[in-house]
Design a protein around this ligand. Sequence first.
Ligand code: BMA
Length: 837
Amino acid sequence: MKKVLFFILFLITFSAFSQKDTVIHISNGWTFSYGKDSKQYDATVPGSIYTDLIKNTLIENPFYSNNELKVQWVGDSAWYYKNSLNISPDIMLNQHIEICFEGLDTYAKVWVNDTLILNTNNMFRVWRKDIKQLLKAGKNEIKIEFKPVSEYAKAEAAKLNYKLSDEERVFVRKAQYQFGWDFAPKLKGCAIWRPVKLIAWNDYKVESVQIVQKQITQKQAVLAAILEIESKSNSEITVRISDNKTGKVFNSKKVLLKKGNQKIKTDFTIDNPKLWWCNGMGEPFLYSISVRTKDNKGQSKKTNVSVGIRTIELVQQKDELGKSFYFKLNGIKVFAKGSNYIPANYFSSVNDTVFYSRIINDAVKSNMNMLRVWGGGIYEADDFYNLCDKNGIMVWQDFMFACAMYPGDKIFVDNFKQEAIDNVKRLRNHPSIAIWCGNNEISEGWHNWGWQKQYRYTKEDSLKIWNDYQYLFDKVLQDVITVYDSARNYWQSSPEIGWGKKESLLQGDCHYWGIWWGNEPFKNYNTKVGRFMSEYGFQGMPCMNSIKQFCDTSELNVSSTTMKSHQKHPVGYQTIQEYIKTEYPKPTNFEDFIYKSQLTQADGIRTAIEAHRREMPYCMGTLNWQMNDCWPAVSWSGIDYYGKWKAMQYVVKNAYENQILSIIQKTDSVFIYAISDELTSTKNNVLIKLMTFDGTLLFNKELLVDIPAQSSIVIFKIKQSELINDSLKNSVVLSAWYKNNFKQRRAIYYFDKFNKLNLNAPVFIETNFKVYNNEFDVIVRANYLTKGFCLNFDGNEDVFSDNYFDLLPNEMYVIHCKVNSTNDEIHRKLKYKYLTK
Ligand code: BMA
């Protein structure tokens, strides 16, 4: 009897608990049209006007050829979207029915049953409206009109008596790269780019849940759940915090709600907390915390939050050289290794998840622990940060401003303030977010790029523009962070100081563009090392297979219309060619140009990363520009739009291993460094060899070295004259590797530029295969030093564990390939190339 009673009680409690807000996704049934009454076409929501036009075969794909030019009219036109909402009588019983647009890009008017409910002006904001009074049971109509952004930008520009920028983008709160960037086309269309929902609720609404970490020790984490609640009356609710995995209730308490908006705080503790660590330092452990409210009517509302318990702080301490700039995770210094990340897909929508998984997976594979979400892009969707949380990728999060001065009028500032609030509230529970940063390269631009002269500002103009800047980033944004996410670090602008100034290497973060933009040689990376290198980069071509996806075979050369339109840097090809020339023989054809551009890019990035890591702890971070592409293009990326790795990405992966060796020549001596990000000291045997290119051993040494935790030390130093005489300079190779770590690519050093090396073609190159479990190993060996060895399987170069490496004479090198293939197929499809004179 007792059991039955318990069961009935359980059922009642359960059904009572299951009453909650009703959320209806409005994703099906959308259509769009060009003119108000013209023909309707199927639309995908979330999506964008460009992707809708492509799907309906109304325009050609703007990523192909130079179609970008043919579709500019899309961004200059008005577009209309509509849908009908079928509301059931049940839903109408709710006291409130709210429509929520998580992203409207950008100037949209929204009508429900012919009543105008919204007039939007910011792609990054969430737009909500209670529309209960406008709805009826049955069919309802929703209509959206998007106006082109230029109209608004022009009107805003005309209000100022000085020119802020040549670009209209500064007036429009829309992803800045969509107005054209040096890696992106100009396609400034409109979009319902994030989900549209109806939320039906009664009595009270939980607007947001924030989990605050108050104190963390090994024994206990003291946390608080802060619920932002809008209540329609005075009432009582119970707040219960529990662990979704174990069911453990951390706290349950009754609270009185007052009519109106309020914050409810519930403290709770987790004993012996498992901490969240970044990739390479430990497990990124996540708790799944349930925050549930229940009122006297039995109505319950639940929010799940993934919580990573950790402390993360930005440490800036004065020292004898300047000021440190590094992150401490759970009290331990972290050397940040990563990349700058731009939108994964030009036309962002929730479908980005596929792109996100691939990119975060690549970040982990590349031994990264940090990505910087760059300020000319977008605040990414929740899935991006969920994946970063899960995989231990820390995020440097810019706000969406880049490379220009912005308006300071009240409407603009208030609009941005709400954008900042929306996004900070949405993202603040993610343990991966390490820092909020105000903008990309505005402070640097203002002080160094000559805008004041270019736009002929008077003293007053300059003062006004700079004051507006300071107000936006030092006051408005700083206040938003203080109120909504006070525990997180805030940094006004990346970088703090421009790369032309020597102070940029002494404090703050640094974007070093002396190489590429300043045409300096790669060797300058060795000396231009700041405290935290948040940008530096060099372009490399995408691989041939990728290029063929957007370029007709008749146009496979850098002067073709298509190849020119997919290179957005004004002197991009020229710069690549100049740098290739300094190290390599002139490319013989387009394919050879692709190959040598990739090797050149890889050389540069390797030089930079190793230099940054050698200078640890002076330098505590290296984020190359850039991880990915938002469309198929020639750019600084290591991974192209289709996910194909360039040579650079292999270098990045190897150079970001926790332990590496690095060889460098300073004046008359050669230094070998051991660099370790391990949290404990290690003992390693290091082998050092000097060989002629045909394999004659000239010098051989084995060292047993103690490498302290998180350090960079010189383990071997020798005068060049003791190692070789000048006549051997161009025919020997010095190498060093950890004896017990074959995974680790060895450090290789040449005493001359590649085009001066005395290279002969190897007489033989052997390739053997070992096939097992749908994968195979390739074992290669050459009798002569072979540079830039590059394998491809059926045209794909990025299916291997390593590629684009140098083969030491007679060395057996094993490369793993994750392709299911037979011996026979491998024989036919496995090809390789290497550098020849
Ligand atoms: C960096 C970025 C971008 C730009 C890139 C390459 O400084 O912040 O603005 O695309 O350089 O030029």
